[in-house]
Ligand binder design. Sequence first.
Ligand code: ACO
Length: 369
Amino acid sequence: MTENVSTAIAIPRGLAGVVVADTHLSEVRGDDGVFHYRGHDAVQLAGAAEFEDVWHLLVAGHLPAPDERAAFIGQIAAARADAVVRAVVDAVLGADADPLAVLGATWPLLAARRGLGALYDLPAHERREAAVELAAIVPTVMAFVQGAEPTLEDGTVTGHLRAVAGHAPDGWEHRALTAYLILAMDHGFNASTFTARVIASTGAGMAACLSGALGALAGPLHGGAPARSLDALDRFGDIAEIEPWIRGELSAGRRLMGFGHAVYRTADPRAQLLKQLARERGGARVDIAVAYEQTAERVLAELKPGRNLHANVELYAAVVMELCGIPRQMMTPTFAVARAVGWSAHVLEQADDPKIIRPASRYVGTPLR
Ligand code: ACO
């Protein structure tokens, strides 16, 4: 068997549309703007459920009954209360205060301290414990990075906002941040989830899967976009300044951060809910964001016809996070608070299938001499 496939076989760039695994976790239907978790409409969950309930849905397979909920919240709180987390973060913080770098280093170091072995060697119940416990510590790590004391009695949303924004959420902030974090939990086979599953398929540890996925998330074309889309909004003192700037960016061959999506060819349903929440809060910044979205969609339709480029989740996620008082360097880490849940659920799913993900490359270099 040769690794190289015939040059006659067309490989879609970026593997777009290539199905590489089956999943029960989430389905994204890009042509009609539908997105659900295990059959539950994600946008409806985002408006009605609590973060921990959807977390349970993803890793345990169903929304929790009251007794399951209490036990699950107890498991999360115990993972966050472990003094080893602080010890590891303190050790890492001395070297680098970048929140994503600290998190990416903390997971494997913590796993080593806790003796969490390779997925290959763990029975299913221990894999699931590792999944919950390692995803649970993301807000704790972010609190330590911010020099804040994590509040264990709060749920994930309130505790995270207290730590990174320095205040308890009001009603709108709690609703808006809960909605964002639920919508950000999982989203089909995005680049970071794929990364997590590739690592999981080797039988490596849960921590390695999460840290690898985090590296992919950090990229500006994926989870690194929110702060950059706010950088664009910062340029506009007046709505009249928006269109010339957009045209300048596009004619220079640059991308507008917070627009376009690999799967959606309609409006991103996550963006629509977050926009609605931002408009509820209102203000000059929201007005600029809406004008930016409308202008960008019109100019993109003109200059990139047929591409169906719309605002993605990142634009209004950034606006909502800013309205909640979350600083820019904590925006991608806030995304990670949620997406770590999705990665861990995917890793559990992948670990049930003992088949390594090992595609092929096509050699297009100098022929064998
Ligand atoms: N601004 C300008 N042009 C764009 C944008 C954009 N945001 N997105 C795509 N295009 C253009 C490309 O330049 C390309 O044009 P061409 O055909 O003339 O060369 C065409 O649309 C198709 O581009 P692809 O890269 O093939 O599109 P793909 O669907 O693979 O990319 C992606 C998806 C990476 C999200 C892209 O839209 C992008 O770079 N967006 C900006 C970054 C961003 O907002 N990322 C967050 C995504 S959401 C998330 O990850 C949670």
